[in-house]
Ligand binder design. Structure first.
Ligand SMILES: Cc1ncc(COP(=O)(O)O)c(C=O)c1O
Length: 370
């Protein structure tokens, strides 16, 4: 063991068995319900057609899946339309892995990835630091969380390889405007690849949201990442994909393991694509919940940001770590944003109306007692 040499280029992350997921959470003593509103999941879940597809595949699990994911890629391309083909797509075992395949394909030790905090910093660091790359932060504007395209362009160096555009952004729920993205796409050097992490794109209802797919069709240096975890309601399945110029998509797909996608994911993804009515229902439901919760925050004079997603960032006068604990004691799990540099910031993942109303009642109670 002592003879083992660690790779000096790799920053290893500690294993964390203690971080609770929704599955682990139990109601605090004396409570019967526990509301998991911390992971930006979709409370409506997947299409019944997905469940049927999973049941149909289950008896065949003793044999390997098809080697190629071409059927799933065709199904995804069919949903995206606009001339996007299976050649523009690679799949990943989650949106997270679809992002990781990009960093593995493009980052060498000493290269730089630029992100704009507060954002999905933990994940972006986890998929780049182990490769020996550096993470460069060009923060969003304070308060408005507007993207600073000019500042990002100024931060670009010879070693810059990837620019992360989390759009809509987690944890702020805000968008990067079409104008900001256009400036970046126009002025970035050719050697830089833009990564548009758009896993929440379904929920956006804003004319200022960029048409990033057009950049792919125009042959620009961009990869867009989507996920089946959010609007499709399939976070437990871990399925995602990237969209890029065919040469980029093929290059990234070359990193996939043999039999990369399992049979359940392949069948479920195809079934999910075939039921867009279900996805539209979820989008309409969650947009309405975003409107309803925002109106409650307005009524209660709670500071919050206009969301383009299925979650909301808000602030109260109680420090986030403290409020997270008080909410948890009442059976609500939310994610405090201290680690993202927002000591009073709390992120609420939208649940059903029943869950959201129960949360608002609990928060009202906590604030009136504070
Ligand atoms: C901004 C962003 N990107 C990517 C992901 C990864 O999604 P998944 O790995 O579940 O597909 C998430 C998940 O919460 C996210 O918030």
């Amino acid at each position: 063991m002592s003879e083992l040499q660690l790779n000096p280029d790799i920053k290893a992350f500690a294993r964390d068995d203690s971080r609770p997921s929704g599955e682990d959470l139990r109601p605090p003593q004396g409570l019967t319900r526990f509301y998991q509103l911390a992971n930006n999941e979709n409370p409506l879940g997947p299409s019944p057609k997905v469940i049927e597809a999973l049941a149909a595949v289950a008896p065949t699990l003793s044999t390997y899946p098809k080697y190629t994911d071409i059927d799933l890629r065709r199904a995804i391309a069919g949903v995206l339309g606009r001339g996007i083909s299976a050649e523009h797509i690679y799949t990943g075992c989650s949106g997270f892995e679809s992002l990781e395949l990009i960093t593995r394909a493009f980052l060498a030790p000493g290269d730089e990835l630029i992100l704009s905090s507060p954002t999905f910093t933990g994940a972006y660091s986890k998929i780049s630091l182990p490769l020996g790359a550096r993470v460069v932060d060009v923060p969003l504007e304070p308060e408005t969380f507007a993207y600073r395209a000019e500042a990002v362009l100024e931060a670009v160096t010879e070693r810059s390889k990837l620019i992360m555009l989390c759009n809509p952004n987690n944890p702020t729920g805000t968008i990067i405007s079409a104008a900001a993205m256009a400036k970046l796409m126009r002025e970035l050097p050719e050697r830089v690849l833009v990564v548009a992490d758009e896993v929440y794109h379904h929920f956006v209802d804003d004319v200022d949201y960029p048409d990033s797919m057009q950049y792919v069709l125009d042959g620009k240096n961009i990869v867009i990442v989507h996920s089946f975890s959010k609007a499709y309601g399939m976070a437990g399945l871990r399925l995602g994909y990237g969209i890029a110029r065919p040469d980029i998509a093929n290059y990234i797909a070359g990193l996939q393991r043999g039999f990369h996608q399992n049979k359940l994911a392949l069948a479920a993804g195809i079934a999910a694509c075939a039921d867009q009515a279900h996805v539209q229902k979820a989008i309409a439901y969650l947009r309405e919940e975003a409107r309803w919760v925002s109106a409650q925050f307005d009524r209660l004079d709670i500071k919050h940001w206009k969301t383009a997603t299925n979650f909301l960032l808000f602030e109260t006068r109680i420090p986030a770590a403290d409020l997270q604990g008080r909410l948890q004691a009442r059976g609500f799990r939310l994610r405090g944003q201290t680690g993202n540099g927002l000591p009073y910031g709390m992120r609420l993942s939208l649940g059903t109306r029943e869950a959201n109303a129960a949360f608002i009642a609990a928060l009202t109670d906590i604030l009136s007692a504070a």
